[in-house]
Design a protein around this ligand. Structure first.
Ligand SMILES: [Zn+2]
Length: 247
């Protein structure tokens, strides 16, 4: 089918219809769902890091356990300007998904995000491929720490052994958690409808032969094959969808 330009209202009508027929929807989310909560996405993080005069190693240079250990003051200064936003609150896109789950319409979420906003919104079944920023460990005694010690100490050191505490996703050098990924893949395998929200990952990369709803501000509005693409900010789009479903 040729990609036909559609208005957002027409696309949301299609989404509402797909949702009414679905009994096992699943969401796959990336950074774009959280930008309206004040969490910078990767391109914004790159911009922040590039603008920093004392640091020129880019985002992957920063998310490196050796860098954190050898330059903890710089690491934590940059971490707080980018990934670590403990005051961020879920936006309506997170809330919509949590509500959909509590209504029994959404079977769960697989996320690339470490911001914990899905759980803060009330979502129960969330597979976090990279864990989340509440998980931290001491590099000396490997004791686990919640994010409270990161919130309250500009450079957090272990009260037990004095070594640096490092966020897990940095300590692991961005290795995904196998159990989380397989949990997410299992969700996706059984889905009858897939929301792909705020991620650059293309809908074709999900090989499942089911309807897909792609929401992000880089796609163009349209319907192609089984994929409905909606351009814009996730919170605003799901607010409109919610209004439509209420009427
Ligand atoms: Zn320790």
């Amino acid at each position: 089918m040729i990609n036909k330009a559609k208005t957002r209202a027409e696309l949301l009508d299609t989404v509402a219809e797909l949702l009414s027929r679905s009994t096992n929807a699943v969401a796959f989310t990336g950074a774009g769902i959280s930008t309206e909560s004040g969490i910078p996405d990767l391109s914004e993080i790159s911009r922040i890091l590039n603008a920093d005069r004392q640091f020129n190693a880019g985002v992957f240079g920063m998310l490196n356990s050796r860098f954190a250990e050898t330059s903890p003051v710089t690491f934590y200064r940059l971490y707080r300007k980018t990934f670590f936003q403990p005051k961020a609150q879920p936006n309506f896109a997170h809330t919509f998904l949590a509500n959909l789950e509590s209504q029994g319409k959404l079977n769960g979420i697989a996320t690339m995000n470490i911001d914990y906003l899905h759980q803060l919104a009330g979502s129960k079944k969330v597979f976090e491929y990279w864990g989340d920023m509440r998980k931290n460990h001491c590099i000396g005694c490997h004791r686990a720490y919640d994010w409270d010690i990161i919130k309250t100490h500009s450079v957090p050191y272990c009260p037990e052994c004095g070594h640096l505490i490092v966020p897990d996703f940095v300590m692991r050098n961005l290795a995904t958690y196998r159990r989380e990924v397989s949990g997410g893949q299992n969700l996706l395998r059984h889905a009858d409808l897939l929301f792909v929200i705020g991620t650059q990952r293309s809908s074709e990369s999900f090989s499942y032969n089911i309807p897909k709803i792609v929401v992000n501000d880089e796609v163009s509005n349209g319907i192609e094959n089984q994929t409905v693409s909606i351009h814009g900010k996730a919170a605003e789009i799901f607010r409109q969808l919610n209004d439509l479903l209420q009427n």
